[in-house]
Ligand binder design. Structure first.
Ligand code: PHE
Ligand code: CO
Length: 295
């Protein structure tokens, strides 16, 4: 373990993506200030208040089962005891985004990297990189679900393998993560619900993703998702809807090599497009979309 240290962005081979030190750090729980805990409580209460009707049942139940925190920033060690006993996952503390291979290696071994620091009070609504609220509140509860937990592990293994297939395969795999783990919706008997961490930890995007007429909501299809560009700087133009975590796991369980071969050289699909072959839950009005910036 190295000493936690909040460092500024370092530009790397991944261009504009900020990458920090790659080491695992012990959560410096005693060093959180009262302001830090208050930021957590504010964000936590705000999300809990609206997510009762918007998040999927698995997320809400797991958040409660973990005893995740009205009182302040949770201790990783306490969450780990519960996680370990439930699905064998562990949280590890990190400074921020990790290089791809390091990240995949952790997931493949059922370790989920969680940024230890929390945003400042003036950053409550928007932050351009993950902090402990996004990582813990958004990602960790679903690691209590056995099917989703297996999906995340398989994703890590798939990432390590995708490296051998080159940058196109990696970009396709990253899109899959983006449109499921970060921005996924799930169809339930009560209507569409959220399971993606990027939505769950964002005050504005919860309502937008479910209720705004602007974005597309399209049924999950593996190859369709892997071809679809996305935006990192605005709400999504398209959300993909799964029927169940089982569907997601089954669609991704098989060896991806034939998928990479099939997709090779095919043009990527712009973030806001709707195809004839799509199962459309809702066709977006496109209101407020910016014309550029998909990646
Ligand atoms: N089945 C994929 C492969 O062979 C691995 C994977 C699993 C990728 C789950 C994403 C999600 O590469
Ligand atoms: Co995330």
């Amino acid at each position: 373990m190295t000493t936690p240290q909040r460092v500024e962005h370092q530009q790397t081979d991944k261009g504009s993506v900020p990458v920090y030190t790659t080491g695992v750090v012990e959560q410096p729980w005693d060093s959180y200030s009262e302001t830090d805990h208050e930021v957590w409580r504010t964000l936590f209460r705000r999300q809990q208040a609206q997510l009762g009707q918007q998040a999927c049942r698995e997320f809400l139940d797991a958040t409660a089962a973990m005893g995740m925190g009205e009182t302040g920033i949770p201790r990783f060690s306490e969450l780990n005891a519960i996680l370990q006993a439930t699905t064998g996952w562990q949280i590890i503390g990190v400074e921020g985004l990790l290089p791809e291979l390091v990240f995949f290696e952790h997931l493949a071994n059922r370790r989920f990297p969680v940024t230890w620091w929390i945003r400042r009070p003036e950053q409550l609504d928007y932050l351009s990189e993950p902090d402990v609220f996004h990582d813990l509140y958004g990602h960790v509860p679903l690691l209590m679900n056995p099917v989703f937990a297996d999906y995340m592990r398989a994703y890590g293994q798939g990432g390590l393998r995708a490296h051998g297939f080159g940058p196109e395969a990696l970009a396709q795999l990253t899109r899959l993560y983006w449109y499921t783990v970060e921005f996924g919706l799930i169809d339930t008997a009560d209507g569409l619900r959220i399971y993606g961490a990027g939505i769950l930890s964002s005050k504005g995007e919860c309502d937008y993703s479910l209720n705004s007429p602007a974005p597309n909501r399209i049924g999950f299809d593996l190859q369709r998702v892997m071809r679809t560009r996305y935006r990192i700087d605005t709400y999504q133009k398209t959300y993909f809807v799964i029927d169940s975590f089982q569907q997601l796991f089954e669609a991704t369980f098989a060896d991806f090599e034939p998928v990479y071969v099939q997709l090779k050289g095919l043009e990527a699909i712009p973030a806001g497009s709707v195809l004839d072959s799509d199962h459309v839950f809702h066709r977006g009005s496109g209101e407020g979309w910016l014309a550029d910036g998909d990646i």
